[in-house]
Design a protein around this ligand. Structure first.
Ligand code: MUC
Ligand code: MG
Length: 381
């Protein structure tokens, strides 16, 4: 029996520029700063995990710096010497040592699962219930802020068979201007691909009730997080009102307890699942189980991770039953450079599950060193 005792946990922040400015309701990002975690087991195995935030601490309470602090000062010390294969026991231990901090816990749990899967020579999906899907339809986010650029990008990605559907980020402008922006893109797309909008909590209930019907009429099918995460009552009303569109919860659905409340209130039709906000791969499965029991579909969401976090997400999404709306694991393509030798394969607008040991990708440690924030020199690309 290999020795899975946890010997060392290391974490670092990378700074990687994006290929173009990415505009969301709360600001525009020009780089991602993922936290990469490495777990070393006594028997010699090592695994990689990742947690990325968007716009520092703008998307929710956690930031790269808070994640790094939680791993270095709370989670790592709580796990030293423990059996690295007892994932549930380790999650309980992390919960006792540190409240909240779901992104940080997700990164550590991801690295543990990768390390144990690699030690056993198994793909991670085998430790997560077994895979149901080998491929998932892959979306791309149109967020340049300019109609012409977004439309050019979308047609080009469709022509090259790289993506199957698109999400448009809105919420930064006046609502009427956002509606005009989406309608223009929808018209120029001529029904070539399904469209989603993500408002990232920017509207209040009345604004959403007033403006979302026009987007549904323009052909938008999924409406992601139109109102504040706490505003479950508005989500409920919108779910009843928008006959032709499906309300998707993102920031509102992190813990299984939040998932339960949304399900009980029939507040949405789809959950956007994200490994980081749920606190790991196993808890993503818990939230997905609630979705299934409540006849809620799922969508494979992203926090714009590198290939490490994206592949880990693909492994857990591949195990999930129930109606799905594809995934948006395009983070690596938004970054100027990747941290793995070969990215996850894509074909016919779908992402193909990488099937080697662990999360199935070869991490390039030189790239981790190159983008490591501690190397005070600016990154030239
Ligand atoms: C979010 O809220 O969904 C996912 C895709 C993207 O462009 O931004 C993220 C965040
Ligand atoms: Mg979202």
């Amino acid at each position: 029996m290999p020795d899975y005792a946890i010997e060392r946990i290391e974490a670092r922040i990378l700074d990687i520029p994006t290929v173009r400015p990415h505009k969301l309701s709360f600001g525009t990002i020009q780089r991602q700063s993922p936290v990469i975690v490495q777990v070393f087991l006594r028997g010699g195995a090592m695994g990689f995990g990742e947690a990325a935030t968007i716009g520092g601490a703008s998307w929710n309470e956690e930031s790269p710096e808070s994640i790094l602090h939680a791993v270095d000062h709370c989670l790592g010390p709580a796990l030293m010497g423990q059996d690295g294969a007892r994932f549930e026991a380790l999650l309980a231990r992390m919960d006792r040592a540190c409240r909240g901090n779901l992104f940080a816990k997700a990164a550590v749990e991801m690295a543990l699962i990768d390390a144990v899967a690699r030690a056993r020579g198994l793909p991670a999906w085998q430790l997560l219930g077994g895979k149901l899907h080998d491929r998932l339809p892959l979306g791309w986010t149109l967020a340049s802020g300019h109609v012409e650029q977004d439309v050019r990008e979308a047609h080009d990605l469709l022509d090259r068979g790289l993506h199957a559907f698109f999400k448009i980020k809105i919420g930064a402008r006046a609502p009427a201007d956002d509606v005009a922006h989406v309608c223009e893109i929808a018209r120029a797309m001529q029904g070539r691909a399904p469209l989603t909008v993500d408002v990232n909590q920017a509207w209040d209930g009345a604004t959403a009730r007033q403006h979302l019907p026009a987007l549904v009429d323009a052909g938008v099918r999924l409406i992601e997080q139109p109102v504040a995460r706490w505003n479950v009552a508005a989500l409920q009303q919108l779910s009843m009102q928008l006959a032709g569109g499906l309300v998707m919860a993102d920031e509102s659905v992190c813990t299984p307890f939040e998932a339960m409340a949304l399900a009980a209130g029939r507040a949405c039709s789809v959950f956007s699942l994200k490994v980081a906000k749920h606190g790991g791969l196993l808890r993503t499965r818990e939230v997905a189980a609630i979705a299934r029991a409540a006849d809620i579909g799922w969508y494979g969401g992203t926090m714009l991770e590198t290939s490490i976090g994206s592949a880990a997400s693909a492994h857990v999404f591949a195990t999930l039953p129930g109606a799905n709306h594809g995934c948006e694991l395009f983070g690596p393509q938004l970054l100027v450079e990747d941290v793995v030798a070969h990215p996850m394969p894509r074909e016919g607008g779908a992402l193909l599950l990488p099937d080697g040991p662990g999360f199935g990708l070869e991490v390039d440690v030189r790239q981790l060193d190159r983008f490591d924030r501690r190397r005070a020199r600016p990154v030239l690309v």
